[in-house]
Design a protein around this ligand. Sequence first.
Ligand SMILES: O=CC(=O)O
Length: 284
Amino acid sequence: MESINRTQFLKDHANSIRAIVGSFSHGADAALIEALPKLEIISCFGVGVDKIDLGKCKENGIPVTNTPDVLTDDVADLTIGLILALLRRICECDRYVRSGNWKNGDYKLTTKFSGKTVGIIGLGRIGTAVAKRAEAFNCPISYYSRTEKRLSKYKYYPSVVELASNSHVLVVACPLTPETRHIVNRKVLNALGPKGVVINIGRGPHVDESELVSALLEGRIGGAGLDVFEDEPNVPEELFGLENVVLLPHVGSATVETRTGMADLVLANLEAHFQGKSLLTPVV
Ligand SMILES: O=CC(=O)O
């Protein structure tokens, strides 16, 4: 059922809603959870559960599920796509051809990806999948995470600033939490430097967007490839005129195959819950 008036919808149905399906754009805050006395489960269509008040869910004994694994390949593929699009100016080149500019001369030289150092913030499922792909491009890989992964063959940096100073390509691939909000700040951007680029396929608030905009406008970093933004679908318009920026509308997992897999997993979790079985992919 679709409702344009949320307040009225909640008034009419609050006492019968037993499950919420959330997403990266629609979550469940404490007020919504409190407003639904019959709520039993939140099944999130996506891997990031930052829009759901997990503390409140725990407190009220409401399980939360997400859709890990099924989307990892897509997000990692897109990350490599963003890096290549940015360094090789693929979107700019496409515009160059379409606008007829090629007739006036060749496109200028761009930047090689193979062999560049790649620094990954967050070596979870997606970070690891990005690392594997970047290895195939002969890129030395390093990472930052809260704790060193003892079994990882990649180089660990205990701070994001150190990681950024030692990376050409800095990839944000960690979950959004209060600790990782603005994990890419002015200091990190300055450490990345004019030859470095930042790729954000995590969440907009991982990056301090106004600092990113000024770093780009002032040439303090080399470019940015962004699939996510602080206030989606609003994107800072200062970025629209920059050739060293590639902007995507939060499409990391947006393929027919993966979105179908995610939907199946959402439904399988709901089914398991209502049949009294173990949840497939519980978060809390
Ligand atoms: O952003 C998408 C997700 O969290 O799956």
